[in-house]
Design a binder for this molecule. Structure first.
Ligand code: ADP
Ligand code: MG
Length: 397
């Protein structure tokens, strides 16, 4: 299994970053950092229902090179934003600017200052293999890699816990990118460990690492490369529906519903037809997530795959956040040799699917999906294999 610290790829990336750095007139880097993207294996749309989520860090990274400056200026270049240099001066009063990728870094700098850390001026170069806007959290990776690298370069890596750094990055996303996200993305890219899934409890942000390490099995991420905007504000409608249902039941979150009493609960006369479907998804998905942790830990891939397939059906039929492209991919993959299961992952209405696949069947499955998806929708799916990888880190040049 590839590791972040000694992979050949990292050597290549360091060379690429050094070139970017000197081309920008920044000299030579003092420190490097890397943060992975993430994928949620199961536990969809239950973070706001008090459930557990089960993300893994993926084998795609945002890498940076950084050097401290004598003054308080910040200059940033990115291989993915050619010609678009972001600049600002270190200050607690920084505000986000319209459409600047530097906002994510500003948010992290402000968070560190407010937490009492001295942040020097710096020059930095970024390059990334996490698809931007692909639902694999390039934004969280960008925040995390700057947070970790700035703490490390100033000798403060031990002064902030990883979960606090995740919260700081989440706040940067809220305040500087305007995205009211939960903690999953930032927690996953920072806290994940190789060969493990992160089991994050969204009630109190407590977490554990669940084992998923098997050289014979891989996760395949299949990006549909479509994104459907819903006119009804798809996310907010569902979240509000779940919260309204919880209120009717007199519970804080749907996590408190006893799954063995679900049929009875769904008879509630105050529930709308939508609420019945939302509650059924949330309560069953919470159970499936716990069952999946156990199945993967026992290497019971048939069971884990069944749970992924059931999650997809629930998201498609009850929660109604899938789309024809994701349904096509999931249904096609589910019938193939070596595939334990496949589901849509992320918020839905487009984005990616995830399949649990035997390593020896990955190449064939990839070719098949590429061909059939292109034939059906005229779109090229972007597919890559991963295993659970380690989280964010920084190392001196
Ligand atoms: P996701 O997190 O799903 O990839 P977001 O819309 O949340 O999508 O974040 C994408 C944004 O993050 C980009 O529009 C850009 O501002 C910033 N970003 C991510 N990666 C890079 C990069 N390599 N270089 C510059 N900006 C980046
Ligand atoms: Mg994002």
């Amino acid at each position: 299994m590839k590791t972040l610290d000694n992979s050949l790829e990292q050597e290549d990336v360091q060379e690429e970053l050094k070139a970017l750095f000197s081309d920008a007139g920044f000299g030579t880097p003092e420190i490097f950092g890397a943060a992975p993207g993430r994928v949620n294996v199961i536990g969809e749309h239950i973070d706001y229902n008090g459930g557990l989520v089960l993300p893994a860090a993926i084998d795609r990274y945002v890498h940076i090179a950084l050097r401290r400056r004598e003054d308080n200026k910040v200059r940033l270049v990115s291989a993915q934003a050619p010609g678009n240099v972001a600049e600002f001066e270190i200050s607690e009063d920084l505000k986000p600017e319209e459409k600047s990728w530097g906002n994510y870094i500003k948010g992290v700098v402000v968070g560190l200052l407010k937490a009492g850390f001295d942040v020097p001026g710096f020059d930095a170069a970024v390059t990334s293999t996490v698809p931007v806007g692909g639902g694999l959290s390039s934004s969280a990776a960008l925040e995390a890699v700057f947070g970790k690298t700035l703490l490390t370069v100033t000798g403060k890596a031990e002064a902030m816990t990883d979960i606090d750094l995740a919260r700081l990055c989440q706040k940067a996303e809220h305040d500087f990118a305007g995205v009211p996200c939960g903690l999953m993305d930032q927690a996953a890219v920072i806290l994940c460990e190789e060969g493990k899934l992160l089991m994050l409890d969204c009630v109190d942000d407590s977490f554990q690492h669940a084992s998923f390490e098997d050289p014979d099995w891989s996760l395949l991420i299949i990006n549909s490369c479509v994104s459907h905007e819903l006119s009804d504000g798809g996310y907010a409608v569902r979240r509000d529906g779940c919260h309204a249902a919880a209120k009717i039941l007199g519970v804080e979150t749907l996590r408190e519903v006893d799954p063995s009493k679900l049929d009875e609960v769904l008879q509630n006369p105050e529930f709308t037809e939508d609420m019945v479907r939302y509650v059924r998804h949330a309560v069953t998905e919470i159970v499936r997530t716990l069952d999946a942790v156990e199945a993967l830990g026992n290497r019971d891939y048939a069971k884990a795959g069944e749970l992924l397939n059931a999650s997809h059906a629930s998201l498609r039929d009850d929660y109604r956040v899938s789309c024809p492209e994701l349904d096509f991919i999931a249904e096609l993959a589910q019938g193939q040799e070596g595939v334990a299961g496949c589901r849509m992952t992320g918020g839905g209405f487009g984005g990616s699917a995830i399949a649990l696949v035997r390593g020896e069947n990955v190449a064939e499955l990839t070719a098949l999906i590429e061909e059939k998806y292109q034939e059906k929708f005229g779109i090229e799916a972007k597919i890559f294999e991963t295993r659970p990888m380690g989280g964010t880190r920084a190392w001196f040049a």
